[in-house]
Ligand binder design. Structure first.
Ligand SMILES: NC(=O)c1ccc[n+]([C@@H]2O[C@H](COP(=O)([O-])OP(=O)(O)OC[C@H]3O[C@@H](n4cnc5c(N)ncnc54)[C@H](O)[C@@H]3O)[C@@H](O)[C@H]2O)c1
Length: 391
């Protein structure tokens, strides 16, 4: 299996960049020690879909310490770090399908290449691999799968998948939702926005669309930086929570859009911002997304309606509608991953710790997990929380 990556010569640079991350992921270090003794993945092939970036590489080192026979990893779209891809691909036990400029078609092709390996475990982020598996009749069955995200879970439900082996939704862990989604993503989206724009956040009118775990964290962190925050959520319960948290809210999105200088989506839903909103945008508005997939903003729809579209700087696209200028950041990929360095290291130490322990659970003989979509077993949440508290 030949890796498909940008540049294998970046392997050494990729390894150098990992050193800081290795030092800052104590849970991964501890699990790596434990797994090197227990060898939970001995003889197992693992298929992974995840952002190919340094924290993921540390996690793969942990799975390899657990004696995984082979790992094939597909990168998520728009978030691949070529040096990390090169570092991972240099290990003969790892095949990497991840390039910086991969398209959706590439991504789907890679998922099918993973299926050819007949992995024992599918560890997914966006349910790309799990949906690929259930799309066709297969002559093998994985022991189990993990799905990392809310978006991935929604897509599994929409596809009406009836699992033939257990699927653990990591996002259904209270630890993941309360810490990563609600606390970590807000910080990293603020960081990604500042890196991308170099703009002052104080006094800026920021509209957050979607006030779930992720959206509330983003709105609260922008407000902490002095922004004037507005929130819209289709669910009145979450909108009321936003109001009680002190944000400006409105039942109608149309009333908030014209006031916004920055609009951020985090709903997990398709095309929340689209062509019909163009007349409402103020001149110079900046659009960006923090949800898992780039589809929350219908970038193609906006581009096709524009009189002129140009990339003014890498990751910043200017769309002109007559005299009106609209800026789109990072082609609507998740901002914290495409411009920043992703979620804070300690948050991903925890999230990837959950992933690793759930993967080991699937691999355990007689694990008692039913063939269903289910949350993280309580004992794993408790194990990870206790380890983190003791660090
Ligand atoms: N960028 C990252 O690092 C990162 C990390 C974790 C999760 N995510 C992604 O962020 C997204 C949100 O995750 P979450 O945990 O907050 O989910 P959630 O279910 O807690 O919240 C989503 C919110 O969006 C609202 N919503 C749905 N459709 C809407 C619409 N059309 N207009 C306005 N509001 C709408 C829902 O009512 C809900 O309150 C998902 O795509 C998830 O996968 C991204």
């Amino acid at each position: 299996m030949q890796s498909i990556i940008d540049n294998p010569l970046l392997a050494e640079a990729g390894e150098k960049r990992l050193r800081w991350f290795r030092e800052q992921m104590p849970l991964m270090a501890e699990l790596q020690k434990l797994f090197s003794v227990q060898k939970p993945f001995a003889g197992r092939k693992i298929g992974i879909c995840l952002h190919v970036e340094p924290k993921t590489a540390i996690w793969l080192e942990c799975l390899l310490a657990g004696d995984a026979e082979h790992i094939t990893i597909v990168g998520n779209l728009g978030t691949t770090r070529p040096d990390t891809a090169a570092y991972l691909a240099a290990d003969p036990r790892v095949t990497v399908y991840a390039r910086e400029g991969d398209t959706l078609e590439d991504h789907e092709r890679y998922a099918e290449l993973v299926m050819e390996e007949k992995p024992d475990l599918l560890l997914d982020n966006g349910s790309n691999l799990i949906r690929a598996y259930y799309r066709k009749e297969r002559d093998w069955r994985p022991l189990g799968a993990n799905e990392e995200t809310r978006s991935g879970r929604l897509l599994l439900e929409e596809a009406g998948i009836e699992p033939t082996s257990p699927i653990i939704v990591i996002d259904d862990s209270p630890l993941k939702r309360l810490l990563e989604n609600a606390i970590g993503v807000g910080q990293s989206v603020v960081d990604g926005f500042m890196r991308a724009t170099s703009l002052l956040l104080g006094g800026r009118r920021v509209l957050e669309i979607g006030y779930g775990y992720v959206g509330s964290g983003i709105a609260n962190k922008f407000r902490a930086m002095g922004s004037n925050t507005m929130v819209y959520d289709i669910d009145p319960v979450y909108l009321l929570k936003a109001k009680a948290d002190g944000h400006t809210v409105d039942r109608e999105l149309e009333n908030l859009i014209p006031q916004a200088e920055v609009i951020i989506t985090a709903t997990g839903r398709f095309h929340v911002l689209r062509k019909e909103h163009i007349p409402l945008f103020r001149d110079g508005v900046i659009l960006c997304n923090a949800g898992h997939f780039g589809f929350e903003i219908d970038a193609e729809d906006l581009r096709s309606a524009a009189d002129h579209a140009e990339v003014v700087e890498e990751g910043k696209e200017l769309l002109r509608f007559g005299e009106k200028r609209v800026f789109l950041l990072e082609n609507a990929s998740p901002l914290n991953l495409s411009t920043g360095t992703g979620n804070p290291i300690s948050i991903m130490d925890l999230g990837l710790g959950l992933q690793a322990c759930c993967a080991a659970k699937h691999a355990e003989a007689g694990n008692g997990l039913a063939a269903a979509i289910r949350p993280v077993p309580r004992e794993i949440d408790v194990f990870v929380a206790e380890k983190m508290l003791a660090l």
